[in-house]
Design a protein around this ligand. Sequence first.
Ligand SMILES: [Zn+2]
Length: 346
Amino acid sequence: MSELPSGGEDVMLPLFPQLLPGLEVLERGVDEVQIGLDPRHGVVASGLPPSVIEALRSIDGRTTVHSLLALAESEHTEQLRDVLTGLTELGLVSEADPPTHSAEPGVEAGLWSLRSGRDQSRIKARRAHCAVVVRGDGRLAVAIAILLAKAGVGHVEVAAEGTVTEHDVGCGYTDDDIGVPRRKAAAGAVRRSNPATRTGRLVGGDRLPELVLLTDAVVPAPEVVGLLVQDGVPHLPVRVRDGIGIVGPLVIPGRTSCLRCADLHRTELDSRWPRIAGQLAGRPQRADLADVQACAALAVAQTLRVLSPADKPPPVWNATVEIDPYAAKVKHRWWPPHPRCHCGAR
Ligand SMILES: [Zn+2]
């Protein structure tokens, strides 16, 4: 665990400081505290008098920075200011949401700001302006949609066909949804997750989504993929194939390799692949709940990275990430643009 560095002079302290969700001020000794557990971001501050430690333990997002500074004895105020500045500079302390926002249900940016190096309030604001379509007729679509809603994505449309069956329930659809059109039941599940999320139709509307997730079918329907490529809409396949969750490759038309690139690579490995793919196209494959949940979580984290374009390219850029919950393994597979594909990615 590294020692807390002194904060820079140009760091502005938050008016209502709060620790990132999940972090605590933990005592290591009489004059030493630790904030954060993971060695990649956790820090230790030592040589602290009791009044400074008490003030740090009082950071709750509702106490102003001035009240916190007043908790330290006057000769230790500057030391407390230094610690707060260091924590703010590292992103471990940030400005609390205004009370009106924190009363809203649902939105969870969590420790994302620590991983991405971006401010929590900016992450939330950006997500709130994003629209995502989840297109799939199985468990993955609804599992992903409710996580995206909870993460604060402003508009989440589940474009699902057919009606809910007993094989769909367990990760969003309920027993009461059986027999209800999937699109309607999924919109209900999204609103239960976050009532502020918009769920109306984006497909065919004026507003193009930032991303379309193609879920549940091992091979996405070619006509759906064709339209997305034609309209230049980024898309991300997500499926569970024989117990292995597979996310990617992310397709940004003209920039990354496309699903036809991947098909050409597959066909080089197995000349009969087109015939197999033809039989699977557009058909959801049933999957166990644990595999669905693991795959959905991976897909949502990658989606949230795609929605934050300042980040470096996500791991699903020209690649798939495969998660095998049974063997507890995660594998990355590279799918570069194919020389015989005309998608322009090369
Ligand atoms: Zn291509």
